[in-house]
Design a binder for this molecule. Sequence first.
Ligand SMILES: Cc1cc2nc3c(=O)[nH]c(=O)nc-3n(C[C@H](O)[C@H](O)[C@H](O)COP(=O)(O)OP(=O)(O)OC[C@H]3O[C@@H](n4cnc5c(N)ncnc54)[C@H](O)[C@@H]3O)c2cc1C
Length: 317
Amino acid sequence: MTMNASPFNQDWWNRKFSKVPGLEVRFDESMSRHTTLSIGGPADIYVLPDTEASFEDLLGLADREQAPVTVVGGGSNLLVQDGGIEGIVVSLRRLARLEEHAERDAGILVAGGGLSLARLLRFCAERGYTGLEWASGIPGLLGGAVRMNAGSFGFEMKDSVESLSLVDRSGRTHRIPGSEIPFRYRDWGLEGDRFVLAANLSVGLAEPVDVLNRITLYLEEKRQRQPVSDRSAGSVFRNPPDGSAWKLIDEAGMRGAVEGGVRVSETHANFFVNDGTGTAEQFSALLDRVKRAVEETAGVRLEPEIHILGRVRSIHV
Ligand SMILES: Cc1cc2nc3c(=O)[nH]c(=O)nc-3n(C[C@H](O)[C@H](O)[C@H](O)COP(=O)(O)OP(=O)(O)OC[C@H]3O[C@@H](n4cnc5c(N)ncnc54)[C@H](O)[C@@H]3O)c2cc1C
């Protein structure tokens, strides 16, 4: 029989956390349901807070109990190991408010960390806000996109972050101006655990139809370049300075390389796609093979862009 022998189980939760209101809780929740790769073993405890206050309370108590906490967004840049994730995994999907500044000319949107980029863009197209169209087709949530400093077509999240509401590991929330976040390539540059509760985004004003046209154009471009309808986690490796990871992978002859149910995409060699039977072990084996091949042919050490979380093996008893 396979079962989770982690100390962070239902009994533990019921003893310590059952009084925190506003949380939906699931035990041994398969993370393959919450990643765009459809890969990942079970989270010991998977929690969806209904409100910002319930998330803050959860963090405060988890800190006092010294329980591991992992916050996930859309799971679109994640490889979760086959052994799942120890402790509490929090999805902020329900913290998805979206408000316009009282004065439209101020060009500020207030958005929850759990808001999907897709919904944010729909709103921008309806209400005539410009500046974020480049993000069309990125399947993440706002908090994950800020954390990753997601970018495309020469734009990045950092260009639009006016300020962030960040909650720390003890559940205290602070407002930080965007100018104080040391954003860099595909990373926000902050040390330690801090989580995006909400962001104030700077946007310009434009005709709704023009915004919609740009969103559609970027999406079309992305569809041509990337395997958007396959199960993937976006770019596997960061681009090296002055180079493209996909080009190096291609030149190393690894386009189409396969490990079990995971293959290097024929459409974009820096995307690995899962045919539905793949595992994290296979994904990691392919990642190592590709990395070695590029190092041998080009002398470049590629670094992963995806975040790898969790325990390597399942626990059997
Ligand atoms: C088809 C496809 C296309 C893509 N195209 C692009 C692209 O053009 N450009 C690009 O940059 N990326 C792209 N990606 C990658 C990915 O979508 C982005 O990095 C996205 O911003 C990740 O957001 P997420 O919510 O899914 O984060 P997740 O993958 O869930 O998490 C990523 C990291 O952020 C942390 N995190 C999540 N939420 C929060 C929060 N609220 N506060 C603090 N930390 C948090 C997680 O712990 C993890 O470390 C693509 C992915 C796919 C599958």
